[in-house]
Design a protein around this ligand. Structure first.
Ligand code: NAD
Length: 368
């Protein structure tokens, strides 16, 4: 039997630093759990632009289509800010998402007990929090036409278009309902049906998918701005939140702050099943390339490590091993190991990126 295949794209800034820790963990699963992967590594973002003049080469794109899962670090950085829009590092990521047709972006926001006091919200508001934001990822305002900056009279106008078809809403709604059935059985759909036609259609279609296929799941609707407030007021009222590309981008960053640090948040982007039954899949931390701390060994690798845990669960049917890895992370945090982004008291010495990797590997060893 051939090993499952994994394409690793470390990218820019802290991407390669956090991915180095994930690579150690992948090696650990191969050596200690007999879980071997065929791993290939390639370039994306600014790193790809430097070599190929584009943020994702056609050859890398073809590899991404062939493998069982892609694991990405982060892209972007000030060095590339003045590049033409068409070759900006982020375009590499958008191309991957679009061509792999990864329409459902899963962003869990889970509050580890050891970090509950670290959140900007009160402990009882966040302790034990476990919610999943499902963001539509391949359509909406980031892709809609017309778009551009045009001359209009004697000034310029910037245009982006929010556009959703019924089938695009249906398939992401199904992803959310399926997930809810394996969790708390509740979905809250968020849009702006009060002011946007695309929001009216979104609400109608989610309700129809619910009534026809998932009547056993509890469904509520909320305006996305109110949803932002509710996420800060009492986030535990939610189980699965399903929303569009733009609102999902914003709301998942709000959710990030509930759990304490952007450095803790993993994500999965899933598409339609491939011939082998596995969904097309890209796993990546929610955070960016953090140029302010890049190259200093300060980055928290946990978001990227937990993204690999999601890959174990959703692409490789290794739920127990995913739980083993998540529990190792939980243990390390309970033991007080902290990277700089998780420090509360001045004067404490933070763990470096590699030291956090060391601690998680030691906790994995202890789990055997
Ligand atoms: P960012 O997520 O890179 O950083 C925001 C803040 O969080 C920074 O202070 C950073 O130091 C901190 N941070 C982020 N990840 C961390 C980690 N793992 N450990 C410790 N601290 C962490 O967002 P930004 O500063 O708005 O963007 C920087 C660059 O990243 C830009 O070029 C942006 O376009 C790009 N970006 C890429 C992605 C992606 O690759 N998916 C996502 C967001 C931003």
């Amino acid at each position: 039997m051939t090993n499952p295949s994994l394409l690793i794209l470390p990218g820019d800034g802290i991407g390669p630093e956090v991915m180095a820790q994930v690579t150690r963990i992948i090696d650990w699963f191969g050596a200690k759990r007999g879980l071997k992967f065929d791993v290939t590594e390639d370039l994306v973002g600014g790193a790809a632009y430097d070599v190929h003049g584009v943020p994702l080469s056609d050859a890398t794109m073809a590899k991404a289509q062939e493998v069982d899962a892609v694991l990405l670090g982060a892209v972007g950085g000030p060095k590339y800010d003045s590049l033409d829009f068409s070759v900006k590092p982020e375009r590499g990521l958008l191309r991957l998402r679009k061509e792999m047709d990864l329409y459902a972006n899963l962003r869990p926001a889970q509050c580890f007990d050891a970090l509950a006091d670290f959140s900007s919200l009160k402990r009882d508001v966040v302790a034990g929090l476990d919610i999943m934001i499902v963001r539509e990822l391949t359509s909406g305002i980031y892709f809609g036409e017309p778009r551009g900056i045009f001359e209009e009279g004697n000034e310029r106008v910037g245009i982006n278009t929010q556009r959703y078809t019924e089938s695009e809403i249906e398939r992401v709604a199904r992803s959310a309902f399926e997930l809810a059935r394996r969790r708390g059985n509740k979905v809250c759909s968020m849009e702006k049906a009060n002011v946007m036609e695309s929001g009216i259609l979104w609400r109608e279609v989610v309700q129809k998918v619910h009534d026809e296929e998932y009547a056993d799941v509890e469904l509520t609707h909320m305006y996305a701005d109110a949803g932002g407030m509710q996420l800060c007021r009492w986030p535990k009222q939610f189980d699965v939140i399903v929303t569009d590309n733009l609102f999902g981008d914003l709301l998942s960053d709000v959710a990030a702050m509930l759990t304490g640090s952007l450095g803790m948040l993993p994500s999965a982007s899933l598409g339609a099943p491939m011939a082998n039954g596995r969904p097309k899949a890209l796993y990546e931390p929610v955070h960016g390339s953090a140029p302010d701390i890049a190259g200093q060994g300060k980055a928290n690798p946990i978001a990227c490590i937990l993204s690999f845990a999601m890959a174990l669960r959703y692409s490789f049917d290794q739920g127990d091993e995913a739980t083993r890895l998540e529990k190792a992370v939980e243990q390390v945090l309970a033991d007080g190991v902290r990277t700089a982004d998780l420090m509360q008291a001045e004067g404490d010495t933070p763990a470096s990126t590699a030291e956090m990797g060391d601690a998680i590997l030691a906790a994995l060893d202890a789990s055997l």
